[in-house]
Ligand binder design. Structure first.
Ligand SMILES: Nc1ncnc2c1ncn2[C@@H]1O[C@H](COP(=O)(O)OP(=O)(O)O)[C@@H](O)[C@H]1O
Ligand SMILES: [Mg+2]
Length: 251
């Protein structure tokens, strides 16, 4: 069954999201809005709750409270494939691809819900975006470099034309030249109208791509504003990263 239609330019709105892991509260009322056609940076130290947030949005982790609104519908509590069918996709931390499948089969697996012609069209558009990956379609994915795996993971997430793309640790473990290349692609994907949430350990890179930014500290959003505002207030990030070092991770 097709998911309900929501207005084309609708934002994805996270309201008062609360999540527990291992019986302990990890997110304490997180709220923000992700707009179509923009890059929004999500920054914060290790353990702040960024991955928990995107995995909960994706339907992989259960929420203890709050709402995830898209066009008036609450997506919280839907299973991951239903969230994805509504146009919300996640590139999980660590660019996980199916190592023993070929690159092409990885892309096909990401579009198993699509008709054959549509899937072929989607794969062609991923190949246009990432010709490096397009040249390796028949290679088993475990042979790819880290950068190629991340391109494949982003390509998989783009199959089916999502409206929102949540990328957890874009540059993790990748060479700087690849990171710059990926950054340009992120910008071009947003220019096509996709709303991108970018979790990125290099704050300067994230802020150069993003128009808006949120900073998390111990399961809370402690700053929301434009990238320019955050760039002008380096103490915000400094404090957020320092707070993580000076307190035990138990929260
Ligand atoms: N599998 C898990 N089980 C229980 N608690 C977890 C698990 N993974 C992470 N946590 C806790 O959730 C908090 C947030 O972690 P995470 O979302 O991974 O942060 P980030 O992505 O910002 O580094 C951490 O304090 C961590 O202790
Ligand atoms: Mg993380």
């Amino acid at each position: 069954m097709a998911p309900p239609e929501s207005p084309a330019g609708a934002s994805l709105i996270v309201r008062d999201l609360a999540v527990q892991r291992g019986g302990r509260p990890v997110l304490h009322g997180v709220s923000f809005e992700l707009r179509c056609g923009t890059v929004t940076a999500l920054l914060g130290a290790n353990g702040a709750g960024k991955s928990t947030l995107v995995m909960t949005i994706a339907g992989v982790l259960p929420a203890a409270g709050g709402r995830l609104e898209l066009g008036g519908e609450n997506l919280l509590g839907l299973p991951p494939d239903a969230v994805r069918r509504r146009g919300v996709t996640v590139v999980p931390e660590g660019h996980s691809v199916l190592p023993n499948l070929s690159v092409l089969d990885n892309l096909r697996a990401a579009g198993s819900q699509l008709g054959r012609a549509e899937l072929e069209r989607e794969i062609r558009s991923v190949v246009e975006l990432f010709p490096e990956v397009g040249a390796l379609l028949n290679l088993a994915a475990h042979n790819l470099s880290g950068g190629q795996k991340q391109m494949l993971a982003i390509g998989q997430a783009l199959i089916g034309q999502p409206r929102f793309l949540l990328i957890d640790e874009l540059s993790f473990g990748l060479a700087p030249v690849i990171v710059v290349r990926l950054g340009e692609t992120i910008r071009s994907i947003a220019e096509r109208g996709v709303g991108i949430l970018l979790i990125e350990q290099f704050a300067t890179l994230a802020l150069s791509l993003a128009s808006e930014a949120h900073v998390m500290e111990r399961g809370r959003v402690v700053f929301s504003g434009t990238s320019a505002e955050l760039s002008a207030r380096p103490e915000v990030l400094h404090d957020a990263y320092l707070a993580a070092q000076s307190s035990p991770r138990a929260s």
